[in-house]
Design a protein around this ligand. Structure first.
Ligand SMILES: [Fe+2]
Length: 494
């Protein structure tokens, strides 16, 4: 490895012998920020791989006030760029208001997901339930040439230079950013129009909003969406003409919310509902369609097929894992993180906009989640998704599955035991035209060799395994979402 420099180090007050299951092992947090140019590459690095892979990870710096949940950790973005046969790497914490305040205090100030909000030491905060720290640790996308980190409970959108990871402050959208409610993770970028579609949710009516930001980074649309009560949407989808929102029957118990408590319960007596709204539609333009009850954490893609809107995502056979089982209440909390416990499988929902008819079907029996696609096919008819299999009982990815939604064929790659990967970025080959004429990029956490690598697959031959690998300066923590951004989409690339 060449040219590794330490950029900085955040104060961490975590004990050296920390044995929390999601602050040790493959989830051991980092607190050092590195710059590494010209990483040594093993294998054949393609010369038509051109752009950056961005990955968000949770890296807590202080013990929780009472009980830690992995989604509470501070967001750290990893960037691997590929250009002219060279690979470079940086990692930076997202400099959120919450992280900076806790660095100054030397301790946690806000209560996390598994804690009662009343435990917070500060009265202010972010999040749909309030009084949380916005850790900007869930998602990362590129919009208007800039990397944007976001938080699943709603908060600010933090902008970073996509090449240097320099802090560019928060999205203001010309003063129109909805600071009262924030914005949820899983904003969607339509690469063809340059628009960013988003939603937020809260515990007070109207419970949901939908909006559009144009390619020039101006808020051009923002409407309330009525729901029967507080809901917990995590993701959204879009087609060329519509946005698809959701009302799933897993949500915080309303009577507990009134007492300041937040416990998600599944209501199998209620349908799963998908709401289809024209991309610039008003509150009265949304149409709701009912389906078999489930909860969907992540959608893969959506598109229009004649009169039908088709949405693909991951159906959960068991949205609320059993209360009884190993590990008591904490064990149950970890089952909520394990896709094998939730029995996730690729599924397709269809809604006829003319007749109102609906249908749905599994596209696979395999337990996968976190599916990504070639971004050039977002909102349009597509064929392939690249999803993750998990280490049983854990929020850790141990393999990849390429789903062919046309034929049902699956192609797999399994990492060796003790090696875990991140959500893959799909990097279209420069000059390529076929949907899977692309590379898959992921970061590993290799517990056997105590290191992390960036590895590259051919999307057309996933089963072959990595064709190139480059070692990072330090073993990274596992985390949540990632994205690929082509070089010509990035500010400052040219
Ligand atoms: Fe997510």
């Amino acid at each position: 490895m060449a040219d590794v420099e330490v950029y900085g180090k955040m104060l961490s007050t975590l004990p050296d012998d920390d044995d929390h299951p999601y602050r040790s092992g493959a989830w051991r947090p980092q607190n050092v920020e590195y710059d590494a140019d010209d990483l040594r590459v093993e294998g054949e690095l393609p010369d038509d791989l051109y752009g950056v892979y961005l990955r968000n990870t949770e890296n807590p710096l202080h013990p929780a006030i009472v009980r830690y949940h992995p989604f509470d950790g501070d967001g750290m973005i990893h960037k691997v760029s590929f250009r002219d046969g060279k690979v470079s790497y940086r990692n930076r914490f997202v400099r959120t208001d919450g992280l900076l305040a806790e660095q100054e205090a030397g301790r946690s100030l806000w209560a996390g997901l598994a804690e009662n909000p009343s435990a917070a030491l500060r009265q202010d905060g972010w999040g749909a339930r309030g009084r949380m720290k916005d850790a900007a640790s869930t998602d990362v996308i590129v919009h208007a040439g800039v990397a944007v980190a976001s938080f699943y409970q709603c908060g600010d959108l933090y902008r970073l230079d996509p090449l240097t990871l320099d802090d560019l402050g928060k999205c203001s959208w010309g003063g129109s950013f909805p600071s009262d409610l924030g914005v949820s993770a899983h904003t969607k970028v339509d690469g063809r129009t340059g628009e960013l579609l988003f939603f937020n949710y809260s515990t007070t009516a109207p419970y949901l909003h939908y909006g559009v930001v144009d390619a020039g980074n101006h808020l051009v649309h923002y409407v309330p969406i009525d729901l029967p009560g507080p809901r917990l949407p995590h993701d959204m989808a879009f087609t060329e003409h519509h946005a698809i929102l959701n009302d799933m029957p897993l949500f915080w118990e309303p009577d507990l919310i009134a007492r300041g408590l937040y416990a998600a319960r599944y209501h199998p007596e209620l349908p799963a509902r998908l709401g289809v709204i024209p991309r610039r539609g008003g509150p009265g333009d949304i149409r709701w369609f009912e389906f078999e009850p489930t909860y969907v954490l992540h959608w893969v893609n959506a598109f229009q097929d004649g009169d039908e809107v088709v949405v693909d995502g991951f159906f959960q056979g068991c949205p609320e894992p059993a209360a009884a089982g190993a590990g008591g209440p904490e064990g149950r909390m970890w089952r909520f993180l394990a896709q094998d416990a939730m029995q996730t499988r690729l599924h397709r929902w269809r809604m006829n906009l003319v007749t109102g008819a609906t249908s749905e079907q599994d596209l696979s029996d395999s337990c996968t989640e976190f599916g990504t696609i070639n971004g050039g096919f977002g909102g349009r008819p597509y064929r392939y998704t690249y999803a993750a299999t998990n280490e049983p009982g854990w929020f850790l990815f141990n393999g990849l599955v390429k789903h062919d939604t046309l034929t049902g064929r699956e192609e797999r790659y399994q990492f060796e035991p003790g090696v875990f990967c991140s959500e893959v970025g799909v990097a279209p080959r420069v000059g390529g035209t076929e949907e899977d004429d692309a590379y898959l990029v992921t970061l590993t956490v290799d517990m056997n060799r105590d290191l992390s690598e960036c590895v590259v697959f051919r999307a057309s031959d996933v089963g072959r395994g990595p064709i190139a690998r480059a070692q990072l300066p330090e073993r990274i923590a596992s985390g949540t979402h990632s994205c690929w951004a082509p070089g010509d989409s990035l500010r400052g690339w040219a």
